[in-house]
Design a protein around this ligand. Structure first.
Ligand code: NAG
Ligand code: NAG
Ligand code: NAG
Ligand code: NAG
Ligand code: NAG
Ligand code: NAG
Ligand code: NAG
Ligand code: NAG
Ligand code: NAG
Length: 891
């Protein structure tokens, strides 16, 4: 019987007693929040040391008072008090007031909760008030909060709730509590005693659903103003989360609540759903304004608060990333504008960044943040407290250093050139907008400068009023290779140029056919003159003489007709034009050395045809081509990078060269002038990448790539082939107005071999191979720059720059050949002459066979008619018939 009773006793004791594990004692996020701050004090609870640590204002980094280390109550009497969480009122009082809750786990049968009030003056004199809730046992969920003015604290556990008057230290239970199946996870109380409580409700089948209560508090009762259950949208991953293990305290199910009193804004974080809500409260309603989730992981909004910096309030939250099931991977603190909060776009972390890096002794795993009006206090997983201290106008916090030990404080430095800050706070400096600049560090505003027109470069974050109008040109030697003319057959070209008039006066002057026409006109005149002579008897001799001369000049009909003489002259004109044209045409080669073709209507006429093709480098090359490839490979490049509009200097940059995966640091010729940092290096290879790393995260407006290579020549005298690699002088600026260089741009260039082969005009003449490296950038310029918004996200992460150069596996081969060589031209001229002669002969034959009989017939008909009308004229018949042959020739 006795044994049975004892057994029951032991059993109940075993069930009731709860021991906090070693891990609980040593960690700073077990069962609650161990960090609190206001403008007058930074307070921390350390269970493993059984101490509170309080640092009093003023927080002057150069003259810090040493913090108060205050032993937990009951330590002297051997009581083991495990602190769940601490809180301080928002309003600063003369003595620091810290309200803490926890559980007493001394040697009694069961632990019981307590609440305590600690008052400390700046000489670390301490007063404690404690209240033990001995009628309640261990509670996994116990939260509390003080109203901002520090009058009343409210506590909520899963079994009971109470108010705690901080003046009289009296406890009043709230009889309506607990709510069925509700476990409170976080609470905050406003100055009008509105409590916002976030927690889980245990639904059916062990599914825990998040819910928020808005309660109007009184001393010993409350009214429920509003409730807001979080129901994830059906298609989200959150909808499938059951929080099955939320029945006991787990870190992944913590929640956080923060009320901004003046604006009645409420921020609630539910890291197990990776989501933060922004509510607005009225006397009757809790209204959701916005929610911001952060993807498929956990930890977003693990801890949060409001900043009143620059007119605030702005949400500040600790966005941890825990992969599933619950593996920590990163800690980041964000600071939001309303626009940023409601958008889905990622935003720039506030801490840690390159501009605001993590102090080396601060663990990367941050677990709690606390906000005073302007300071941000963080607590890492090892219990280190770090205060990111508000910086004055024109300054921003340097978080790589620490003043004091625990808590440690940041110092501040002035804003870099090109940025400004007109307010007090922890946020970074803003870049000067387009058209404004500041040269000085620590500016509170940027000044306007003159920046308009296309001929100026005005980036964000400008440090100079120089607009670099001389740096904007892109220089590339590569021109498009000409296309072959429409006709590359000499006959066609000759015929076309002989028989066109063209539309301009120049064309008319050089048009052979025009001069032939002129000649024809002249012949007509002669004919007319001969006709007139025929009627005057005394000039008959002259006429016969002229006929005789013309007959002898006739090349076409071998003197058959005297009119052949003038026609031959016309033919001669045509042929002379043809010969001079051909001679001039022959010498219009190669195009590089020719002058405009004034002898032809089309002044761009050249005796050259072209061929361009891409060839693979793997195609076997002939002996003749090989030297130009060798020469191209020999050309050494000097790369000059100009970083424009920056305050980066030669001392803060380091260049790492990588060739075939082997990296080493190299030196360079460096100069700094007109806010341009120029770094010049001789490249060891054509396939190389260079990485420029800058120590300071200072902005760079834009950059310019210059590549220079010297001209190289060689020749093969036996086969009369000349090889030349042209001087490479490539300049490409990368500048974008109203933007600034990205924090880590990577630009890629490809080198292409361009080879011009110019064949000789004469057999056995010299031929030329010209080579040139052509560069193209494969990176789109917009990828290398950041807009203002982008800069606010990425701008300060780091400053580095990479450029990589590689050769393509193909090359461009241009070939120039004459359309017609000398022999061909002579031969075709001969043909042309014969054709023309034959053509003229043909015309005569046609005239003889068709023209003459026709003319005779017409004349007879005419005569008959005139005889009928004027019969007296018939006496002329004899004369006319004797002269038939002669008359006919005048037709
Ligand atoms: C440091 O601060 C204390 C009080 O906060 C003041 O008395 C003392 O003069 C200060 N020391 C310096 C060097 O500013
Ligand atoms: C805990 O044990 C100590 C010594 O064993 C005793 O003095 C003390 O009164 C006990 N405390 C409680 C609350 O039982
Ligand atoms: C702190 O309190 C002690 C004891 O009440 C008092 O002697 C001391 O002057 C106080 N210090 C300050 C700075 O108020
Ligand atoms: C949650 O509810 C289920 C049934 O609704 C119950 O079996 C379980 O014990 C509850 N758990 C807690 C911690 O209340
Ligand atoms: C989500 O699903 C539940 C039940 O499946 C349904 O009642 C509810 O209307 C759905 N909600 C939405 C937003 O689709
Ligand atoms: C408060 O909520 C009630 C019902 O939910 C609604 O009728 C009322 O308009 C809301 N008031 C405000 C100020 O949003
Ligand atoms: C830039 O500022 C300097 C110094 O203030 C001034 O001398 C110069 O004229 C300015 N240049 C332009 C283009 O405004
Ligand atoms: C090839 O010839 C074209 C046309 O004359 C010229 O523009 C180009 O620069 C030449 N390329 C080389 C590599 O000489
Ligand atoms: C600069 O860019 C921002 C957007 O990033 C735009 O709002 C602003 O109007 C631009 N300013 C000028 C002068 O183009």
């Amino acid at each position: 019987m006795l044994l049975q009773q004892l057994l029951v006793l032991i059993l109940t004791q075993f069930v009731l007693s709860y021991k906090f594990t070693e891990d609980n004692w040593n960690s700073f996020d077990a069962y609650g929040v161990k960090l609190a701050t206001n403008d007058g004090v930074v307070a921390q609870a350390r269970n493993n040391d059984a101490q509170f640590i309080l640092q009093f204002a003023p927080f002057n980094p150069s003259n810090l008072s040493s913090p108060c280390q205050i032993d937990y109550p009951g330590l002297a009497t051997g009581d083991m008090n495990f602190i769940y969480s601490i809180d301080v009122p928002k309003v600063v009082s003369y003595d620091a007031s810290v309200v803490f809750i926890g559980e007493n786990t001394d040697n009694s049968s069961s632990p019981y909760p307590f609440i305590g009030h600690l008052l400390v003056n700046s000489s670390c004199e301490t007063t404690y008030n404690m209240y033990y809730f001995t009628s309640f046992g261990h509670d996994e969920f116990f939260v509390h909060s003080i109203d901002p003015s520090g009058q009343i604290a409210y506590g909520f556990s899963s079994q009971f709730a109470f108010s705690y008057d901080l003046q009289t230290h009296s406890i009043n239970y709230l009889a309506q509590w607990p709510f069925a199946n509700f476990t409170p996870h976080a609470v905050d109380v406003s100055s009008s005693y509105v409590a916002i409580i976030a927690g889980f409700i245990n639904g059916t089948q062990n599914i825990y659903e998040p819910i928020i209560y808005m309660l109007q508090m009184n001393i010993n009762f409350f009214t429920i103003v509003d409730t807001w259950p979080y129901i994830p949208s059906n298609d989200s991953w959150q909808a499938t989360t059951t929080n099955r293990d939320a029945g006991s305290f787990t870190r992944k199910h913590v929640m956080s609540v923060s009320i901004h009193d003046n604006t009645s804004a409420v921020l609630i974080g539910m890291p197990s759903f990776n989501i933060v809500f922004w509510f607005s409260i009225t006397t009757t309603n809790l209204t959701l304004l916005a929610a911001r989730a952060n993807g498929y992981q956990r930890g977003y909004g693990q801890s949060l608060g409001w900043s009143d910096e620059d007119g605030g309030p702005y949400p500040v939250l600790l966005g941890n990333a825990y992969s599933f099931p619950y593996q920590w991977s990163s800690s980041t603190i964000y600071w939001f504008y309303w626009d940023q909060f409601i958008s889905d776009n990622p935003i720039m972390p506030m801490f840690p960044t390159v501009q605001c890096p993590l102090w080396v002794d601060l663990d990367q795993h941050l677990i709690t943040i606390a906000m005073s009006t302007l300071n941000l206090v963080v607590l890492d997983s090892t219990g280190q407290v770090y205060v990111m201290l508000q910086a004055p106008e024109g300054y921003y916090p340097t978080t790589s250093v620490a003043m004091g030990i625990n808590p440690a404080f940041s110092d501040f430095v002035s804003c870099p050139g090109g940025t400004y800050k007109y307010w007090i706070g922890v946020y970074i400096c803003y870049p000067c907008t387009m058209g404004t600049m500041t040269l000085e560090e620590g500016s509170t505003e940027c000044s306007l400068y003159n920046c308009n027109g296309d001929n100026s470069f005005c980036p964000l974050g400008s440090v100079t009023n120089d607009t670099y109008s001389d740096m904007l040109t892109f220089v590339s030697q590569e021109l498009s290779y000409p296309k072959s003319p429409e006709s590359t057959i000499f006959d066609d070209i000759l015929i076309q140029n002989m028989f066109t008039f063209g539309s301009t006066s120049h064309c008319l002057l050089v048009s052979p056919i025009f001069w032939v026409m002129v000649m024809t006109g002249f012949i007509m005149l002669i004919l007319l003159a001969m006709g007139i002579l025929k009627f005057s008897k005394q000039h008959a001799d002259t006429r016969v003489l002229i006929k005789h001369i013309f007959r002898h000049a006739d090349l076409i009909n071998e003197g058959e007709l005297w009119i052949g003489g003038p026609a031959s002259l016309a033919l001669m004109v045509l042929l002379i034009f043809a010969y001079t044209f051909s001679q001039s045409y022959l010498n219009q080669y190669p195009i590089e050395t020719t002058s405009p073709s004034t002898f032809a209507c089309d002044e761009t006429l050249r005796n050259a045809k072209f061929e361009t093709n891409l060839q693979s480098l793997s195609t076997p090359r002939n002996e003749e081509e090989e030297p130009i490839f060798d020469l191209l490979d020999e050309q050494q490049f000097t790369l000059t990078m100009d970083f424009i509009n920056t305050q980066q200097t030669c001392d803060t940059v380091q260049i790492t060269q990588t060739i075939h995966a082997y990296s080493k640091v190299i030196s360079s010729n460096c100069s700094y002038n007109r806010s341009i940092l120029s770094l010049s290096t001789v490249l060891q290879s054509h396939t190389i990448s260079l990485n420029y790393v800058f120590d300071d995260a200072k902005s760079i407006g834009g950059f310019r790539v210059r590549i220079y290579g010297q001209q190289l020549e060689t020749s093969n005298s036996s086969s009369k082939i000349y090889y030349l690699v042209r001087e490479l002088n490539f300049i490409q600026p990368f500048l974008m107005n109203n933007q600034t260089m990205a924090y880590d741009p990577n630009i890629e260039f490809q080198l292409i071999r361009v080879i011009n082969e110019t064949d000789s005009l004469y057999d056995g003449g010299a031929s030329y191979y010209n080579g040139l490296w052509s560069l193209i950038s494969l990176t789109s310029t917009s990828d290398l720059f950041l807009t203002y918004d982008d800069y606010m996200y990425y701008g300060l992460l780091k400053t580095s720059f990479s450029i990589s150069i590689s050769e393509t596996t193909y090359y461009i081969k241009n070939q120039q050949e004459p359309i017609a060589k000398q022999a061909e031209i002579i031969f075709h001229n001969l043909l042309f002459t014969i054709v023309c002669l034959e053509l003229f002969g043909l015309i005569f034959i046609v005239i003889k066979l068709v023209g003459l009989p026709l003319a005779n017939r017409i004349r007879r008909i005419m005569e008959k008619r005139s005889n009928i009308i004027h019969p007296e004229h018939s006496s002329d018949k004899l004369y006319q018939s004797t002269d038939t042959s002669e008359y006919s020739t005048t037709v």
